[in-house]
Design a protein around this ligand. Sequence first.
Ligand SMILES: Nc1ncnc2c1ncn2[C@@H]1O[C@H](COP(=O)(O)OP(=O)(O)OP(=O)(O)O)[C@@H](O)[C@H]1O
Ligand SMILES: [Mg+2]
Length: 316
Amino acid sequence: MTTPVLEARDVTMRFGGLTAVRSVDFTVNSGEIVGLIGPNGAGKTTFFNCLTGLYVPTEGTVSYQGKVLPPKPHLVTKAGVARTFQNIRLFANMTVLENVLVGRHTRTKEGLWSALLRGPGFKKAERASEERAMELLEFIGLAHKRDHLARNLPYGEQRKLEIARALASEPGLLLLDEPTAGMNPQETRATEELVFAIRDQGIAVLVIEHDMRFIFNLCDRVAVLVQGEKLVEGTSEVVQADERVVAAYLGEPFEGEPADDTGTAATAEETDTADETDAAPAPPETPAAGEDTGPDTAEPDGTGPQSTASTKGDTP
Ligand SMILES: Nc1ncnc2c1ncn2[C@@H]1O[C@H](COP(=O)(O)OP(=O)(O)OP(=O)(O)O)[C@@H](O)[C@H]1O
Ligand SMILES: [Mg+2]
């Protein structure tokens, strides 16, 4: 039986005169992978920011497992909702392993004094954290790069590392904002498998993507946001066939939807990768070059938490 994990009720977010999200009701149930799609500027990232405490919605409430979430990102993470960012946010000058360890801080009980004194309790907790972080790196396939600096990873691996860092907080719900942006077809396919594997571990997933093949293969349910409003919500089949969605976003019927290639959605071979970029129609407006799709490198002299890319869309 499915139970609601996340419930957004009547969420509105205004910036001055601009209503970026308007009266959106939205639910993610346990065991589900839900997609959120829509044109550039539709309000998808803003909605994520409302769900994760980066923005306090102008109106409406967001609950996780029946409790209203506190409007502070670290408390939302602590409650069990983790996310990745459209613009990758890694600690560029920390190692792969250290980045995952940072993601664990909401789950470690050892306090400041314990950390400063480095007593036995701290050392034990540190060891356990490192073991878990390595498990997660194995899971996403980056264990062999544990000591590499995050900024030296190829773009696709930085995106994966962000997922590992999010998983390190042991969430019950994972929000992914354009996880395959800038990835090649093989990496995109691998990410699809990774999301299924995450769901199979009992973590519900909400994912924003412009890659329609990815979304329609992956999601149990898809919601379409247009100009801040939820236009349609339903199964991949229902959404793809909806004339309003086609008119507002898809532009033309999507070919190769799961309903058509029965059983191959999640397990398709890698052999057709050469054609993959052409398989999904480009959305009417693809992200502008240099915004989120390019392999941006991090500043070499950064010291604090920083984006390895630009920060459009994710900062209040
Ligand atoms: N902090 C902010 N202040 C003012 N306006 C904002 C802010 N954040 C977002 N907006 C505006 O809200 C609207 C929705 O933006 P948002 O980034 O949520 O869209 P999106 O659906 O994620 O688009 P994309 O697919 O390009 O990532 C846009 O018009 C954007 O300019
Ligand atoms: Mg966005």
